[in-house]
Design a binder for this molecule. Structure first.
Ligand code: PGA
Length: 252
């Protein structure tokens, strides 16, 4: 059975003090009312070390939102997978559509990042998803398959066990437009079938496939009730404890 996961993606929000406060409040709320799923918060790099010290890692796992495509050296401004790992983080988000689109991250670059993250013992929240134009042209299945083939299907089955897939239709990210639970389930089932064709049924059944894109406490129960939706990757609604906890509680 795939692990149930609710992961937050803070994006470029919260200064250090605000981030510490959010992590502290979330930690208290979840210590008092234990989640029925794995919980991950992915923060900007600058928060990682401090937040790692604050949270109980038995209840909340920590992740970065990106890492470099180079191991170390003269790459001004970059943060390596090894550095991320050294903060106490367990995860890294790779392949987010905002990174692909605004920072020109190609499948080849992402493949380098994936390899370095795994070599440094990080688990990966790997994002895939189509644009509105691609959805309208009914190309979504081809797009998500190509994104997996381009950056993670070179891995061995053993390595692939460290990949969590996040399906995030670009037209639903931060727009308030959620894919319907049926739309999401349909493509999640397809994604699982693509993983099964590559790695076999057992690996596919054990792969967590999260939905992302305007997921909130009000729509999470319906989405998470679907057999192929193993949780969510949450942007906007991860920035307030009550909103995020409301989504986590959808697993209760
Ligand atoms: P959103 O973002 O929940 O704000 O739509 C999701 C994501 O981009 O991970």
């Amino acid at each position: 059975m795939a692990k149930k996961i609710v992961a937050g993606n803070w994006k470029m929000n919260k200064n250090l003090q605000e981030g510490i406060e959010l992590a502290q409040s979330l930690n208290e709320a979840l210590a008092a009312d234990k989640p029925n799923c794995d919980v991950v918060i992915c923060t900007p790099f600058i928060h990682l070390a401090k937040v790692s010290d604050i949270i109980n890692h038995d209840i909340i796992n920590l992740g970065a939102e990106n890492c470099a495509d180079k191991a170390s050296g003269a790459y001004t401004g970059e943060v390596s997978a090894e550095m991320v790992k050294s903060t106490g983080a367990e995860y890294v988000i790779l392949g987010h559509s905002e990174r692909r689109e605004y920072y020109n991250e190609t499948p080849e670059i992402l493949k380098e990042k994936v390899d370095l993250a795994l070599a440094n013992g990080l688990k990966i929240l790997f994002c895939i998803g189509e644009s509105l134009e691609q959805r309208e042209a009914n190309e979504q299945n081809a797009v998500v398959k190509a994104e997996l083939e381009g950056s993670v299907f070179h891995l061995t089955a053993e390595q692939f066990a460290n990949i969590v897939i996040a399906y995030e239709p670009i037209w639903a990210i931060g727009t308030g437009k959620t894919a319907t639970a049926e739309q999401a389930e349909e493509i999640h089932a397809y994604i699982r079938s693509v993983v099964a064709a590559k790695y076999g049924e057992e690996v596919a059944a054990n792969t967590s496939i999260l939905y992302g894109g305007s997921c909130k406490a009000s729509n999470a129960p319906e989405l998470f009730a679907k057999p192929n939706i193993d949780g969510g990757l949450i942007g906007g609604a991860s920035l307030k404890v009550d909103d995020f906890k409301g989504i986590i509680d959808a697993w209760k």
